[in-house]
Structures are given as C-alpha cells and as structure tokens.
Design a protein around this ligand. Sequence first.
Ligand code: ARG
Length: 528
Amino acid sequence: MTYTLDKLKKKLALPESLQIKFPPAEIEADLAIPCFREDPKKIARKIKGLKLPLIEEIKIEGRYVNLILNKNLLAKQVLSDIEKSGDKYGWAKDGKKILIEYSSPNIAKPMHIGHLRNNVIGHSLEKIYEARGNKVTSINHIGDWGTQFGKLILAWQKWGPKPITTENLYKLYVRINKQTAKNKKLEQEARDTFTKLEKGDKKLLKIWERFKNHSIKEFKKTYKEFDINFDLWLGESFYQEAAEKIIKEALKKGVASKEEDGVIVVDLEKHKLPSYILQKADGSTLYAGRDLAAAKWRLQKYKPTKILYVVGHEQELYFKQIFKTLELLGYDSSKLEHVNYNLITIGGKRASTRAGRTVFLDEVIKEALRHTKNNKIIGLGAVVYNTLSQKRNRAIDFDWKKILNLEGNSAPYIQYGYVRAQSILKKAGKKKVDGKIVIETEREVRLIKLMAHYPEIIKQAQLLNEPHLIASYLNDLTQEFNRFYNSDPVLAANDSSKVKTRLLIVSGVAKIIKNGLVLLGIKTPKKM
Ligand code: ARG
C-alpha cells in the first residue's frame, strides 16, 4: 500500500469531513487530525477501537488528534513499497486526460529567461501529471500571427533582406519597434502589412514562412538541451479561420457586439471584468480571438478533464476575460486553468526584449556549460533546479551566481547525494544480508518519515501545480540523508538487521532522488 493521506484516512475510517495531515516538524507526532467540528475524544476512541498495529499512540492536544506510528512497521511498509515500485514509487493511476500548454514563444524572437521559467515549470508539470497516472498532451502555442509580423516583414522589406538569423531578426524587431513608437504612418503601414498577410498575400506569406521555419528550428535546438518534446506544435496562425468563426458565433450569441466604427467588442462589465476588443475595424483577428478558437478546438477535439495554460502572471486578467467569454459562449471553461508565474527580473527591473534588456536562454545554457566544463547533467540541472526552487508566485531576480549555484539547495547538491548513495550500494555489491527491519536512530526515523511523505508530495505538487514542492522536498531529503550517512554507518553497522535496514534506506533514497529529479526535468549523473 502506498502511504498517502487519502489511503490512511480510509484505513482509519475517518468521516469525509475530517482531514489528516503531516504535522510540522516541531510537533511530536507522525499524523495529525484537526477536529474543529467533531469531538477529538470521540475520534480518538474510534481510532483506538480499530486496533491497528501501525498506530502506536493516540494523543489529544487541543482540537487535534495526533497519532504516533510504530516506526518499524512504517519502515517495513515504506521500504517494501519502494522496493516493489522501484522508479515508480509514489506514482498513481489517475487516468485522466490533461492538456498542458506551455512555452509558446513568439517566432522571430529568441527565447529569454522568462521562457526559461515557463519551460521548466511546464515540463515539470508534464512529468508530474504523468506520474500521477494522467494521459498528458503537451502543446506549444507558438506566437506566429499578429501585427508584430506585419512589422517584422515590413522591416525586412525596408532594411533587409539579410540572411535569416535569429540575431538579424531580433535587430530588425527592435529597430522597427523603436521607429513605429514615434512614427504613426509607419505603424499604420505595419498594420496594413499584417492585414494583407491575413488575407493570404502569397509574397508576404512566403517571407513569414521563412521566419517561422527558422525560429522553429532554433527553438527545437534549445528544447533539446532540456529534453523537452511537445506533442503538438500549433501556432496561432492555425486558428485564424476558426477565430473568424468564433467571432461570428460570439456576435450571434450576443456575447460580442459590433460598434459603430466596425470594431467588435466583448462587454464584460456585468461580470466585473474589463471589456476587450475581439476584432479590429479592418477585420484582422487578434490574440484573444485566436485563444477563444484554440480553447474551443482543444475542448472538442480532446475532451480533456483539464487544460493548463502555463503563462506568465501579466496575462492573468486576460485569461479571466477569455475564460469568462468561453463560459458565456456555453463552453465548459471550468476545465481551463491559468498556471501563472512571476517574473524573472534583471537588477530588480522587468526584463524586456523590446527594450533590449534581457538575458537570452541560449546564453544561460552556454554559460552553464562553460561553468561545469560541458557537463550538461550538472550545468543544466543547476539552472532548472534553481528556477524551480522558488514558488511560482515569487519573483526571481536573475543572478548568474545563483542560477549556476552548485552548492547546498541546488541540483548538484542533490545529484551528489544520489551518487553517494549509489557508491554505498555498489560497495555492498550483491552481498545477501539477512535480518528484520529495525529502526533505531533518530536519523533513521526522520528519513523513513520523509520517504513516506513522497507520494503525498507528488500529489500536492499536482494539486497546486507547484513543482517547487518536489524541489524543496528533494533538498530536505538529501540533507537528512547526508546527516544519516555521516552518523549511522551502513556497511560497518554491527549486526545484519541494521545493515539490511540501512541498505534498504540508502537504496530507497537513491530511487526517490532519481525519480524526483525526473519529475523536475533533471537527470542524475553516474559519478561526480
Ligand atoms: N506567445 C505569447 C507570448 O509570448 C504567449 C502565449 C500564451 N498562450 C496563450 N494561449 N495565449 O506572450
């Protein structure tokens, strides 16, 4: 039996309304049941009546029923569970269909540190949902449509053509944005170019396609470094026609209306959200229209239980508007969830590609490799871990020292724990050790308890869409493992039961670290 709180709750036959928790470290108990509406005495009596060998002591403290478990039994259960499930310890069989959209960069612009945060969160969620037994489809909703491409094509025609490189495209992009900001006529020209593109102008489409192919080729190189693979690559352009259709649908259903000047607007005032423009007067579609169409398409084609949108928090209000509009159109928007995350700032300031103040993702990769003498597993592991070690809602200030940190609370620190565990196991070889599982020391107890928590950690990480929980768990586990390793001899222990128990602990920790890092999108090295 995997030790999750749900299963324990069933075993203890607790009423639905009661929760069971792992208490904080300062509480001397293994499990806590807060009883705010029930009588704790009654609950305690009921549990006592079950006479479960695993429950050693029941204590009532205020409104809490605290349980102390039999450590040897707990250890036996957890260790045998890990041995049985191996690399899949803590996994579940949820069996739901989930779509996860993430990354979604705009073509003709290199990915930057903001995308780093997006990519690693999305990738990790993909793994976490899979570990929970879901069928996950990952989607890259490439930004390949919109006025900005009118701008870029125009710039290319004016100041190009040069060989298509990411650098050239980026320079053109920065240059045209500077110019259009102060030149209304040029701005209009760019809009007209996009309208022409949307109407299917062959020449413009050809240029656009070249930009797009180049960018996608470059993106793929970057994703490969992180082992990221998308099941679907569908750019916004894919939804152009569907966007036109859903705009008509919105007009017909009275969700949108056409203003005198020809602009189509969705009025959300009644729903306490700002109104927004769905289509411009010149008939060109907008980001929002394409998102409505994409959501409808995804819901109808995949019939998923959930669609996650991993997108930065600056689009929070925007997604509220989109989800509300879909609801008004009669689609099940309760399935859609915006998984947002805070900024990565530079020197406390918001990074901006347009202003040229940013760090590109490829620079980060290059620097990480240089810093670790080309060791991808360690270098990129450090970058990924550092990004995931913060909660999503916390801003991260970009700091080369921090992102390349190889010491405590870092991927290399955890990877090193794994390598140490492996070397003990290797030394033990195939030596058969007999004996019972016996838990004696404080450090063993703490490790066993942590190991027992792992399935619940994965579950919570999924529930809250928070890979950070796994990152900080692995750090705690490694720390505790190092303490254990430094004080409790494994192979030199003085009786065979101890050797056996400790070897099982070491092997369990190694399996959890390896598997936990996989869920973060990080690999484990063979040696360090
Ligand atoms: N390409 C957009 C950007 O870079 C992000 C797309 C987010 N996803 C979506 N379905 N709107 O800002």
